[in-house]
Ligand binder design. Structure first.
Ligand code: GTP
Ligand code: MG
Length: 138
């Protein structure tokens, strides 16, 4: 089984949608094997999204990610990385398929309710950044 890292983003925690989003992940075949609600610092948000540091939306993205608590998760399942991205839907909710988390819940391209790792290397890095090994209970 593969593992991936996920974040319920501020627009979703603010609207009390954490449970609905978790249910969509579980219904999609993924198991939540670690989860916690945290408040990112600006420095942590900047570090997490450093790959986007040169993008015009970087400052807005980092400010958004610290605007409310987030829920960080480790998901496990068959092809969990790809499966999670299918359940999430396209980055821009306007392009997302019916039934996906972003189509159902996202507000905009920026406020798009959920993050999911995009590759095995980033999944491993992101999991290790937020969780100690003992916190993952598969
Ligand atoms: P993540 O799972 O969050 O990484 O989404 P993604 O892989 O579908 O998108 P990407 O890595 O390209 O961008 C990371 C995040 O930056 C997105 O999820 C959006 O929240 C945000 N973002 C991307 N493009 C824009 C943009 O043009 N404007 C704003 N405000 N935010 C953006
Ligand atoms: Mg991405």
């Amino acid at each position: 089984l593969e593992r991936t890292f996920s974040i319920v983003k501020p627009d979703a925690t603010k609207r009390n949608l954490t449970g609905k989003i978790c249910a969509m992940l579980e219904d999609g075949g993924l198991r939540i094997i670690a989860q916690k609600r945290i408040q990112l610092t600006l420095a942590q948000a900047q570090e997490f999204y450093s790959v986007h540091a040169e993008r015009p939306f970087y400052d807005e993205l980092c400010e958004f990610m610290v605007s409310e608590p987030i829920v960080v998760q480790v998901l496990e399942g068959e092809n969990a990385i790809l499966r999670n991205r299918e359940i999430m839907g396209a980055t821009n909710p306007a392009d997302a398929e019916e039934g996906t988390i972003r189509k159902t819940h996202a507000l905009s391209l920026g406020e798009n309710s959920i993050h999911g790792s995009d590759a095995p290397e980033t999944a491993a890095e992101e999991i290790a950044y937020f969780f100690a090994g003992l916190e993952l209970v598969g």
